[in-house]
Design a protein around this ligand. Structure first.
Ligand SMILES: [Zn+2]
Length: 490
């Protein structure tokens, strides 16, 4: 054998090895979004579903085994979703239409899917051209799975690899038509076992849980390759055990996961990158058309101007439910203060509102101007605030219950009231049981329908008990927010 021939043989040998390795490896691309309520880019020019659609097409061109996942929270909350068209609220119809155009493949429940009524949710699922998956959410009457929702799912990528998906959702939204199984670890174990036995080579946890819950599932359940999660609204990852990833809300970023699976060895390599969605990505015309049509129709119905800047905050305004349903933030204080300002003429002593009025579930970033549309994003239900005289003992009872309502929309926010259970002060002075106080309340609080507050009832002069007297309308609550914002950021 001469040198030349040996060199050629070695070269051929390498070539064969390369080909073999290539034949045995399958590449899969996953695009991950979570917590998406907005159709179009936000004030900071991040997000926009037409851009995500373009990204999907680009990645699909590179690798036909490309799949788009949305890890929960799509149907609600959004200002656009509250618009009434043909007498019916959109309630997420616009998001399903846009996701159908974008080419979403897999969706799981987030807590906000249950903000809407049962019939609305069933309609939204029926309108979807993508798969819904949930392993722990049950329909109270129809059982499990919800109609149109798979309990878990296996799909085949490239004719060679089976990818199994299981899904879990946290039990934050309590609705009479929804039942949760909270044994997250147990369900994950059951589903991973079923998926592996069903032939899954790769198992993906597709969840809408807190990061702590995702980590717990990832640590305690063997056999999960990757967790695509949501709920936190800010991009984060944890790769100590099973890797967990979450992107920023409203498709301001998406995670792109490049998976390489070796069929011979079962070895899986995952390369995950966070991708910013901004103006550097062109709009996909078909998706943009759908998104814009719904947005324009809704904006017209709502009668707001999304381009009219009202104020540019110089500090972040935290409106995330986890923050505002358990304490006050600058945003909640600004609204309470705006209500007080509006009540000056009526000599209001304090303002109180149910924090469920604030639905934005997001952080409004400093330096980004807020428009009329953003005011609507914060307070989509609008309404008035009205003043009443209330006796001190009922006021104390109400404030005590507000604290007990922590975690729910019935948690109370206020201005000029301080203290805690057993020690409430108004204007720095202890509240006296027999004294009367002039307070402006969000109108929903006066309906008697707020969580555990049936005794707080005083609508338009109709105050059944002897502890409240109706005063009058102070103003619109959205206007109160504008007043508060202009005062805070002159
Ligand atoms: Zn959520």
């Amino acid at each position: 054998m001469n040198w030349t021939r040996r060199t050629v043989l070695i070269f051929l040998g390498f070539l064969c090895l390369g080909l073999t390795a290539q034949d045995n490896s399958v590449k899969i691309t996953l695009i991950q979004m979570n917590d998406v309520y907005e159709l179009l880019p936000l004030g900071n020019d991040r997000g926009g579903l037409a851009r995500v659609a373009t990204l999907r097409k680009q990645l699909e061109k590179e690798n036909p085994n490309t799949y788009v996942f949305l890890a929960g929270d799509l149907i609600s909350p959004s200002a656009v979703g509250t618009a009434k068209i043909n007498g019916e609220r959109l309630a997420g119809k616009q998001m399903i239409a846009a996701m159908n155009a974008l080419g979403l493949d897999y969706m799981t429940f987030g807590n906000h899917e249950f903000d809407v009524d049962e019939s609305q949710l069933l309609d939204r699922i029926a309108e979807s051209k993508f798969h819904w998956i949930s392993g722990n959410v049950y329909h109270r009457k129809m059982g499990h799975p919800f109609p149109g929702v798979a309990p878990r799912l296996i799909f085949n990528a490239g004719g060679k690899v089976n990818v199994g998906i299981f899904s879990l959702c946290l039990n934050q939204a309590q609705r009479d038509y929804v039942v949760y199984d909270n044994n997250l670890v147990q369900i994950a174990r059951r589903d991973v076992k079923a998926l592996r036995e069903g032939g899954a080579d790769i198992v993906i946890g597709f969840t809408h849980l807190s990061m702590a819950q995702d980590k717990m599932v990832g640590e305690e359940v063997a056999g999960i390759d990757l967790i695509l999660g949501g709920h936190e609204h800010e991009a984060q990852s944890d790769t100590r055990y099973t890797p967990v990833f979450k992107a920023d809300a409203n498709a301001q970023t998406v995670y792109i996961h490049h998976l390489t699976y070796e069929t011979a060895t079962g070895n899986l390599n995952i390369d995950s990158k966070l991708k910013v969605i901004d103006g550097s990505i062109k709009d996909d015309p078909a998706t943009l058309k759908v998104a814009k049509e719904w947005f324009d129709k809704a904006i017209k119905a709502l009668g707001v101007d999304p381009n009219k800047a009202i104020v540019t905050p110089t500090e972040d305004l935290d409106g995330r439910e986890a923050s505002i349903r358990n304490g006050s933030t600058l945003l909640t204080r600004i609204l309470a203060d705006g209500m007080m300002e509006a009540g000056k003429a009526a000599k209001i002593q304090a303002s109180i509102y149910n924090v469920g009025s604030i639905r934005v579930d997001d952080v409004l970033r400093k330096g980004t101007s807020l428009s009329e549309y953003d005011i609507l994003r914060v307070l989509p239900f609008g309404g008035e605030h009205q003043w009443c005289e209330i006796r001190g003992d009922l006021l104390v009872k109400t404030l005590d219950q507000g604290l007990k309502n922590a975690g729910s929309g019935g948690y109370l926010q206020y201005d000029n009231i301080t203290g805690s259970a057993g020690n409430w002060k108004l204007g720095g002075k202890s509240i006296k049981a027999s004294s009367w106080y002039k307070i402006t309340f969000s109108d929903y609080l006066l309906t008697g329908r707020e969580t555990n507050l049936p005794y707080l009832k005083c609508e338009q002069g109709d105050c059944p008990g002897d502890s409240m007297k109706y005063g009058g309308t102070v103003g619109n609550i959205q206007e109160a927010l504008v007043t508060g914002l202009k005062k805070a950021f002159p």
